[in-house]
Design a protein around this ligand. Structure first.
Ligand code: ATP
Ligand code: MG
Ligand code: MG
Ligand code: MG
Length: 473
């Protein structure tokens, strides 16, 4: 079953259960400064869940464009290395606004996954998790659906629902929240990884395909949970992950849609096509994120959303460089993407020229310093010692290497990168900028550039996680 058919089948299924099919919203959240990019299907319905907005329907279904490359959810460093993470992906979702709750949500999910008219997946390949104390969900899975108790894993910290945990979803410190139930697919014991909750869980054998969130409580300032008068449902299933399952392959990159993009990436970088080349995966992943972000109005820049976009573009270009492509290539993949996904997302065709142009400009800009920066980096890496903060800073400041790009290279070579040292340099530069700006108070020159630039990094990068990656590798 092709990816596009699965998307359609999902929407058809939930339409047949009385859901309104709603279009994907933009990747740039509308009037929501707290969110970097749209990262879940529920984002566009946030106010409906909170009761601030009313819709003419109480059930909806979508296939939502999502980007997780910064902010609370950041999967950037996973891309190319895990079987299941992208920066851009499509999230299939069904939503109940005070209409149905746990029982119907679980039955719908099961019917869609295993029903013979729908995906008809073998039941024994599926396992589920519930929140530690959610006996209600446990009973529905066990007694009504018939999943054996040993295939239902309770996950949570057992400190009570007031504590956030993996299977307890919260919108913020206060507000609607509730337990989740997640559905996993077992790709087989030839693949490393253990069931959810086990120490090996972060392998890729059991892959989470679908999360069902039950908005059951409202949390007040003191942390007390009050049952909502009309509880709601919010679900999300990664289209690429369920496509991999349906197409009998393990990694998302093996699905039809990605095969075309990987081949295009091989063609444009001038290497032989291979499924074992992480750089091709990174490029195929990043062309989607970059093109969709630009089509939704984000422009590469030095702060905020634009800086996250710039980081992704530069990362892709650097992976092309690594494969030996030192000329402009990235923008040439937009046409392949439009051919692959333009039917579902017409904006890709409508804005193709604009997207190509923006990417090409970025390529030209970065090409000017990439070679020099790589030269500096190579000589600094030669001794095999940790990369010092001053060099990381120089790469960032002079050659336009976003820190996570430098970190990515360090990780490939197994060399530690001194991010704390980088911060020290960065703070010193901020001080200099501040001094300069108070000195020039009366002029029209804005010296806040450095600060703004840094904000892009500190807000949206995962310095702690990058650091952790080093320690693990
Ligand atoms: P994981 O634990 O695998 O990182 P998650 O628990 O962070 O996933 P959710 O926030 O529950 O994911 O999102 C709902 C669904 O969206 C997931 O079950 C998965 O199918 C899909 N999904 C989440 N993150 C990604 C990603 N980076 N790339 C592709 N699909 C994703
Ligand atoms: Mg995740
Ligand atoms: Mg998860
Ligand atoms: Mg999840």
């Amino acid at each position: 079953m092709k990816t596009s058919e699965i998307r359609q089948k999902y929407l058809d299924f939930f339409a047949s259960k009385g859901h309104q099919i709603v279009s994907s919203s933009s990747l740039v959240p509308w009037e929501d400064p707290t969110l970097l990019f749209t990262n879940a299907g529920m984002n566009q319905f946030k106010d409906v869940f909170l009761g601030f907005d009313k819709r003419p329907y109480s059930r909806a279904t979508t296939s939502q464009k999502c980007v997780r490359a910064g902010g609370k959810h950041n999967d950037l460093e996973n891309v190319g290395y895990t079987a299941r993470h992208h920066t851009f992906f499509e999230m299939l979702g069904n939503f109940s606004f005070g209409d149905y709750f746990k029982r119907d949500a679980i039955h719908y999910a099961w019917e869609f996954l295993t029903g013979k008219d729908w995906l008809a997946l073998p039941k024994e390949k599926l396992m589920v998790t519930v929140y530690a104390t959610d006996d209600e969900a446990f009973e529905i899975w066990n007694k009504e659906i018939g999943i054996p108790a040993d295939k239902i894993v309770r996950i949570g910290d057992n400190k009570g629902a007031a504590y956030a945990s993996d299977n307890f979803w919260t919108m913020g410190d206060t507000g609607p929240c509730g337990p989740c139930t997640e559905i996993f697919y077992d790709h087989g014991d030839h693949i490393w990884g253990g069931p959810p909750g086990s120490p090996e869980e972060d392998g890729d054998r059991f892959i989470e395909i679908w999360n069902n969130v039950f908005m059951q409580f409202n949390r007040d300032e003191s942390g007390t949970l009050h049952p909502l008068p009309k509880p709601s449902v919010d679900t999300g299933m990664g289209l690429e992950r369920i496509s991999a399952v349906m197409q009998g392959v393990h990694a998302n990159y093996e699905i039809d849609l990605f095969q075309a993009l990987l081949k295009a990436a091989a063609r444009e970088t001038g290497i032989a096509f291979s499924m074992d080349e992480p750089s091709l995966k990174v490029i195929a992943d990043h062309i989607r994120a970059c093109s969709f972000l630009i089509a939704d109005g984000v422009i590469p820049s030095n702060d905020g959303r634009g800086y996250v976009l710039r980081r992704i573009i530069r990362r892709a270009i650097r992976h092309g460089y690594k494969l030996g492509q030192k000329g402009l290539f990235f923008h040439k993949l937009v046409a392949d993407l439009a051919a692959e996904m333009g039917d579902a997302y017409p904006e890709l065709r409508m804005k193709q020229a604009e997207v190509e142009d923006a990417l090409k400009q970025e390529e030209i800009k970065f090409a000017e310093t990439l070679d020099k920066g790589m030269g500096l980096l190579e000589s600094a890496l030669k001794d095999g010692k940790a990369l010092d903060g001053a060099t990381v800073f120089k790469l960032y400041d002079t050659y336009g290497f976003p820190v996570d790009l430098t970190a990515d290279i360090g990780r490939e070579r197994g060399i530690e990168v001194d991010l704390a040292g980088f911060e020290v340099e960065m703070n010193a530069q901020r001080e200099r900028a501040r001094a300069a700006s108070s000195f020039k108070m009366t002029g029209n020159v804005d010296y806040s550039g450095a600060d703004t630039c840094f904000e892009g990094y500190s807000q949206h990068s995962t310095d702690a996680r990058v650091l952790a990656l080093y320690k693990d590798n």
